[in-house]
Design a protein around this ligand. Structure first.
Ligand SMILES: [Zn+2]
Length: 224
């Protein structure tokens, strides 16, 4: 039933999008979910993240907070497209660097999963939307989108709700499960998340992938 509701909601959003085309979330300019000007004015992430994790925007910027919230709860596909594209163009250097390790095979792109229950309610995973759009920016065979590798086993408390860093790491420990390991052995991988707080979720997944034989793993997030 919940699934039916969210599917209806998605169709409804699509219908609205056709009837009333996108307006910029920041300045209301017609035509785009986020206009070039507003994107260029977003505050970039400056606070350090964990090693091998790269975050693009500062989550304290109200517009980026609003954009992620809209994408997460209101399935705003054009926003996902904009954010995925921004991520790709911002981290071209890091992509080129990891590409050197891949020796000609595509770089695996893995979105941070949400639990089965959450997916049932929301109908989609926002990180998956960002990751798919990120993949679409690359030339043919540069990326390989993979969503059947990492699964979330349990419902954890949202990381942002926990103040203590150690408790956050504890909260996420063992929350993920890896499947189809043979597909990632010796591969280079970019894990994509929407928001990273302490980097705990990304680190946990990156560790799991490394232990399962991935050659090189890095993480990208829209905001930090
Ligand atoms: Zn704008």
């Amino acid at each position: 039933m919940e699934k039916a509701i969210s599917t209806t909601k998605r169709w409804f959003n699509l219908f609205l999008e056709i009837l009333f085309p996108s307006k910029c979330l920041g300045c209301n300019k017609k035509g785009e979910a986020l206009c070039e000007n507003c994107i260029n004015n977003l505050r970039l992430a400056e606070r350090p993240t964990e090693d091998k994790i790269f975050a693009l925007y500062d989550y304290r910027d109200p517009l980026i907070k609003k954009a992620i919230w809209q994408l997460k709860y209101h399935h705003y596909p054009h926003l996902g497209q904009k954010l995925g594209e921004s991520l790709y163009f911002a981290f071209l250097e890091e992509i080129n660097e990891i590409r050197m390790f891949s020796q000609g095979s595509p770089i695996c792109i893995i979105p941070v999963p949400i639990s089965h229950d959450k997916r049932k309610v929301r109908g989609y995973n926002q990180s998956e939307i960002i990751a798919r759009n990120f993949c679409n920016c690359g030339e043919k065979n540069l990326f390989e989108f993979k969503k059947d590798i990492i699964y979330k086993k349990i419902n954890t408390i949202p990381q942002a709700r926990i103040e203590n860093r150690n408790r956050r790491l504890q909260n996420i420990k063992g929350a993920f499960l890896i499947k189809n390991e043979e597909q990632i052995k010796g591969r280079t991988i970019v894990v994509i998340d929407d928001v990273t707080t302490t980097g705990g979720t990304l680190m946990e997944i990156m560790k799991l992938l490394k232990h399962s034989g991935a050659k090189k793993v890095i993480g990208f997030a829209i905001a930090h």
